[in-house]
Design a protein around this ligand. Structure first.
Ligand code: FMN
Length: 214
């Protein structure tokens, strides 16, 4: 069945929406019931049965790129963490969206938060992270509430927390509210801010955040 969009919000006829496929869809809402009805968390169930290297290879092959501006290949970034790594790994979702006139994240936070949570849980599993943060800019109080509610729903349904879906995988996601500074969107400044410090960006190289982060 063709997906229907709200009147006046139809995507351009030649647009092939992937990440934004649920944005402005008729009858779509941010609840977990709606997401599950639409096949939500099935990708996560499948991923938890896969080898981690196979997940990373699939993400590489998909051509998925980051939304941070550089369009950096997502699977390549996930692959920066060596499987032999023994240090704790943290996943951070940059939802600072401070660039004036940028609207790449807020639609997802407002309208499709479970897609974000499912993606983060899969990413955590693939890179051996048990703890993840969503850094949301101060000016998005509504988005923070929606995402916090979605995290609670995901936990109540066994998609986050301890021993997820009986697989032994533990994963927690926390929302962290920024204080409202453009520079907090820069990844190393964001990490400093998350650590409770002033968001001075770190000098790189030598250490990129995938190797030395939070
Ligand atoms: C001054 C400055 C501000 C930035 N602000 C943001 C931002 O608000 N949101 C964002 O996603 N990336 C921002 N970035 C890019 C991040 O540093 C980083 O490259 C990005 O979070 C990586 O995203 P990805 O993992 O989706 O590729 C900013 C970079 C600079 C230099």
């Amino acid at each position: 069945m063709a997906v229907q969009y709200l009147p006046g919000k139809e995507p351009h006829s030649r647009e092939n929406r992937l990440i934004f496929k649920n944005i402005d869809r008729v009858g779509y809402d941010p609840s977990i019931e709606c997401y599950l009805k639409d096949g939500g968390y099935e990708q996560m169930k499948a991923a938890l049965k896969m080898e981690k290297s196979a997940i990373i290879n699939e993400v590489k092959a998909s051509g998925l790129r980051g939304r941070g501006g550089a369009g950096f290949p997502t699977g390549v970034k996930w692959g920066f963490i060596p499987p032999t790594n023994t240090k704790p790994v943290y996943l951070i979702c940059n939802a600072d969206e401070s660039e004036p006139g940028t609207f790449k994240d807020r639609y997802i936070l407002h309208q499709d938060p479970h897609q974000l949570i499912e993606g983060m849980a899969i990413a955590c599993f693939a890179v051996n992270a048990k703890l993840a943060y969503i850094y949301i800019r101060e000016e998005f109080p509504h988005a923070a509430k929606i995402v916090e509610k979605a995290i609670a729903e995901a936990k109540a349904n066994g998609f986050l927390g301890k021993n997820i879906l009986g697989t032994g995988f533990d994963c927690e996601i926390y929302v962290h509210r920024g204080a409202g500074a453009y520079i907090c969107g820069e990844e190393t400044g964001l990490i400093e801010s998350l650590e409770g410090k002033r968001p001075y960006p770190r000098i790189k190289p030598p250490y990129f955040p995938a190797a030395l982060g939070l």
